[in-house]
Design a protein around this ligand. Structure first.
Ligand code: ZN
Ligand code: ZN
Length: 133
């Protein structure tokens, strides 16, 4: 408990982990009362713009509302090594559709199974790797 910077880093990492947040539901499956991660998919809108239902505003400045699409524990499971949410294909597809940005609060470990599924999809040009018609 001596290094202040280490504490800051830990605090940041903790904010990236799933947590229970009242009144928020998973943007993908709509389930409530599950731990949610708020730093997987992020987006910003102009103030006064109609916000998507699943979007949770967090801050606003200079006419922009910033926030995130919360993702639950079952849609983006926590990594066993770092406890940060794993950006699954399902999550990436969802973010792609919404034009959301990928946040910092995701596991950076290479998840072999997900990598294989992404390669598979790319090969067969499905989902987010599909050709734009
Ligand atoms: Zn979910
Ligand atoms: Zn990890």
């Amino acid at each position: 408990m001596s290094d202040f910077r280490e504490q800051l880093r830990q605090g940041l990492l903790d904010s990236y982990k799933h947590r229970i947040e009242k009144g928020c539901a998973c943007a993908i499956c709509g389930k409530e009362k599950l731990p949610l991660a708020f730093h997987i998919l992020e987006a910003s809108f102009s103030e006064g713009e109609k916000l998507p239902k699943s979007f949770v505003p967090m801050s606003s400045s200079r006419g922009r509302v910033r926030g995130s699409y919360p993702i639950c524990f079952s849609c983006a499971p926590a990594c066993k090594k770092c406890q940060l949410p794993i950006p699954t294909e399902k999550v990436m597809e969802f973010g792609h559709k919404l034009h959301a940005q990928t946040g910092n609060g995701i596991c950076q470990h290479v998840q072999m199974r997900l990598l294989l599924s992404a390669i598979f999809k790319r090969l067969f040009k499905i989902g987010r790797f599909g050709n734009k018609a």
